[in-house]
Design a protein. Structure first.
Length: 346
């Protein structure tokens, strides 16, 4: 084993290599990885600081941009509002527009009065609909029917208020309606308004063109022919029963016969139906209010000679001292010899 030689005081060498001071551990070199980690740590802190600074700057820039945008939007809104105030849009709802909208509720109706104008029935009708308030109603193809208290149809026609609206005030309106022959089946002087009911129906079937109005009374169109015939037939039966006592009162006097018709007969260029027969009664009754309807078979005058007596007969109801006086009356009122004749029930 080599012998140790002295060099510096307190130092030793082994194999020519200094071993450091006697009694101390040899220095341990720092591993390369630890040194790199220390450098990386410092570098990481620097990067984090830079990123944080960038984030702060970015947030500051974003705040400035948002503020600019908000200011721009507020300016646009203010400009739009100013433009709206100074130049009203044509589409803007005008005050009261909703209040003026048409009413869509079908009103109820009641008959307050009825008169005759020639052969036309004029009905004064009160309409009510709380929902209509002060609005107008433009019902189209509205069938308005007048019924008796025992449910007989006295009048019915279809009216169009589209271009002639019904104007309500506090939910109430009054209109005059004209019913031409073929649209009513009871003489006006035989209708008691307080004993009637009325029915109002929208979207009804029409038949032909509307009759002309009379004065301020609105004209309407006929209902279907099948209904017209049915109501006319029923009206003839009612009229015969209603007038029976008046006809009997004429048996002791001379009177004049104005018409004698039967269903299906051909005369005056047409085939007579129930509607034609009753319409003729209404026209004659309008001119001579005493006119009455009779069923010929009910009276000996028409049956005693064995002739056919299934006729609807219209009598003037006027009385005369003699047949000659009756014939003179027919002539004075411009009836033809075949249309008017004097009769004596005795």
């Amino acid at each position: 084993m080599p012998r140790a030689t002295g060099t510096d005081a307190g130092s030793t060498t082994v194999g020519g290599m200094p071993t450091g001071p006697v009694g101390s551990e040899p220095p341990v070199p720092l591993p390369a990885t630890s040194q790199q980690r220390a450098k990386n740590g410092k570098r990481g802190k620097i990067v984090i600081a830079v990123v944080a600074a960038i984030v702060v700057v970015a947030l500051a820039v974003a705040g400035i941009v948002l503020a600019i945008n908000r200011t721009h939007n507020d300016t646009q809104k203010h400009t739009a509002a100013s433009s709206t105030i100074s130049k009203p849009s044509k589409e803007r709802k005008q005050p009261g527009k909703q209040a003026d909208a048409d009413c869509t509720t079908t009103p109820d109706a009641s008959l307050s009065g009825v008169t005759g104008n020639g052969s036309t029935l004029i009905a004064t009708v009160d309409f009510s609909a709380r929902a209509c308030g002060d609005k107008t109603w433009k019902g189209k193809n509205v069938k308005i029917t007048i019924k008796s208290d025992d449910n007989d149809v006295l009048a019915s026609a279809v009216y169009d208020f589209t271009n002639d609206p019904m104007r309500f005030k506090n939910g109430e309106a009054t209109r005059k309606l004209a019913y031409a022959t073929g649209q009513y089946w009871r003489a006006p002087d035989q209708i008691k308004a307080s004993s009637t009911d009325m029915v109002v129906q929208k979207d009804a079937e029409t038949n032909g063109v509307a009759a002309k109005g009379v004065g301020d009374a609105k004209g309407g169109t006929k209902i279907p022919d099948s209904d017209v015939e049915r109501y006319a037939h029923l009206a003839l039966s009612w009229q015969i029963d209603n007038d029976r006592s008046s006809v009997y009162s004429l048996e002791d006097d001379v009177t004049t016969q104005l018409s004698s018709k039967k269903y299906g007969m051909e005369v005056d260029g047409k085939t007579w139906k129930y509607d034609d027969i009753y319409a003729q009664y209404l026209e004659l009754h309008a001119e001579w209010p005493k006119a009455v309807m009779a069923w010929a078979s009910d009276y000996d005058y028409y049956t005693r000679n064995g002739y056919a007596s299934d006729f609807y007969v219209i009598l003037s109801g006027e009385t005369f001292d003699s047949k000659d006086a009756g014939r003179a009356w027919c002539s004075d009122n411009q009836f033809g010899a075949n249309d008017c004749m004097a009769i004596d029930f005795d």
